[in-house]
Write a protein that binds this ligand. Structure first.
Ligand SMILES: Cc1cc2nc3c(=O)[nH]c(=O)nc-3n(C[C@H](O)[C@H](O)[C@H](O)COP(=O)(O)O)c2cc1C
Length: 330
C-alpha cells in the first residue's frame, strides 16, 4: 500500500497534515503530530499586522467558542499565547525543524504589498521547506472591483516569489467569482500550490449591546462539500498542487478529498477538538479503507471523482440545482 504523495514538490509519506494553526506553538504537540503520522507541519501565520507593529485588534477580541472539555483545553491555545511575534516565529520554525524529520511549511498572512513580504526570506532562512500565503482580504469597499481584489493577491504572490526560492502555496478564498480561472492565474504566476479554502470568520451581532462581535467557531463536515466541488472542478486544469482545507474531520473526508483531486488534506478543527492523536486514527482508518477497497496507492485514487472523471459531472454543475430542489418534500 503506497500512501505517498507529493505536495509543493515535497515528497510526503502520506496525504494528511495539520493545517495552519496554533498547534505548532508547543514543541511537544508538534512531536505528537509527527508521531501520529503527520506528513508535514504547517505553521500558523505570521501576520502583516505583527510585522508592521500594528495592533492585532480583531484577534484580541476574538472569542473562542470551541469545545472546552478539559482534554481539549489542554492543547487549545489561549489567545494571548497565540500569534508569536516575528522573532519568536522564526525561532519556532528553527526549533521545529530540529525537532522533527517531516517538512515544515511557514505561513505569511497579509493584504498589502510592502516590507512585510521580506519576511518570506527570513522564513526560508529559518529553515522552512515551503511557504503558504494567506491573503485574508475582505472587500469592504463596494467600489473595488473583483479584478482589483484578484490583482492584490497576484501582486503579493509575485513580490514574495521574488524574495524566496522555496515553493509557495496560496490559500484561496472561496468568494472569487471564478475560482477556477483565478487558480489558473496563480498557477501561471508560479504558485506551486493552492489551498482550498480559507475559512472566513463571520461577525455576529449582539442586539442588546449593538455590537458586531467576532467569534471563532470550529468547522463542521458540511463545510467540506464546497471544497470537494471546487477541487473537483479545478483538478486537471492547473499544474499547481491542491490542498483541501476546511471541514475534513474523518477518514472518509480524506478519501473524498483525494478522489476529487487533492494532493493533500489539511485538518485543524478536528485536531483542536480531539487532540493530535486523532490524526493517527484518521490515517489508520484511511489505510484500512484503501486496503479493503483494493487501492494500491493514493495516486491511483486521486481525481477519480473530479469533474472530468466522475460518472455524473452534472452534480458539480447547475443541472444539479434543480434536482436538489426537487428532492425537498413537504
Ligand atoms: C484557532 C485557529 C487558528 C488558525 N490560524 C490560522 C493561521 O494562522 N493561518 C491560516 O492560514 N489559517 C489559520 N487557521 C485556519 C485553518 O488553517 C484552516 O484553514 C481552517 O480551520 C479550516 O480547516 P478545518 O475545517 O480543518 O478547521 C486557523 C484556524 C483555527 C481554528
Amino acid at each position: 500500500m503506497d500512501l505517498s504523495t507529493t505536495y509543493l514538490g515535497l515528497p510526503l509519506k502520506n496525504p494528511l497534515m495539520p493545517g495552519a494553526s496554533p498547534l505548532v506553538d508547543k514543541l511537544d504537540v508538534v512531536r505528537r503530530l509527527e508521531d501520529a503520522g503527520a506528513a508535514a507541519i504547517v505553521m500558523h501565520s505570521l501576520f502583516e499586522e505583527q510585522i508592521t507593529s500594528q495592533q492585532l485588534a480583531e484577534f484580541a477580541h476574538t472569542e473562542f467558542s470551541a469545545d472546552s472539555s478539559s482534554e481539549a483545553s489542554s492543547y487549545f491555545p489561549r489567545m494571548e499565547d497565540y500569534a508569536l511575534g516575528p522573532d519568536r516565529y522564526l525561532e519556532q520554525i528553527s526549533r521545529i525543524k530540529e525537532a522533527v524529520d517531516i517538512p515544515v511549511i511557514g505561513s505569511l498572512n497579509g493584504i498589502s504589498i510592502g516590507g512585510w513580504t521580506d519576511h518570506a526570506r527570513l522564513i526560508q532562512q529559518a529553515g522552512a521547506d515551503a511557504l503558504e500565503l494567506n491573503v485574508y482580504y475582505v472587500a469592504t469597499n463596494p467600489n473595488e472591483s473583483g479584478t482589483a481584489v484578484e490583482k492584490r493577491t497576484l501582486d503579493i504572490l509575485e513580490a514574495v516569489k521574488a524574495s524566496v526560492s522555496i515553493p509557495i502555496a496560496v490559500k484561496l478564498s472561496s468568494y472569487f467569482s471564478s475560482p477556477g480561472q483565478f487558480a489558473k492565474q496563480l498557477d501561471a504566476c508560479g504558485a506551486a500550490g493552492v489551498i482550498m479554502f480559507n475559512r472566513f470568520y463571520q461577525p455576529e451581532i449582539n442586539i442588546e449591546e449593538l455590537e458586531a462581535v467576532s467569534h471563532l467557531d470550529l468547522s463542521n463536515q458540511t463545510e467540506l462539500r464546497q471544497r470537494l466541488r471546487w477541487i473537483a472542478i479545478i483538478h486537471g486544469h492547473i499544474k499547481a498542487d491542491i490542498a483541501l482545507s476546511g471541514g475534513a474531520h474523518s477518514f472518509e473526508d480524506i478519501v473524498k478529498g483525494i478522489m476529487v483531486g487533492a494532493n493533500v488534506v489539511q485538518v485543524v478543527s478536528c485536531l483542536l477538538q480531539h487532540g493530535p492523536e486523532h490524526l493517527a486514527s484518521m490515517l489508520a482508518d484511511f489505510t484500512r479503507w484503501m486496503e479493503d477497497h483494493e487501492y494500491a496507492s493514493v495516486d491511483q485514487m486521486r481525481g477519480s471523482m473530479s469533474l472530468g472523471h466522475c460518472p455524473d459531472p452534472s452534480v458539480y454543475e447547475r443541472a444539479n440545482y434543480l434536482r436538489v430542489l426537487q428532492l425537498w418534500k413537504t
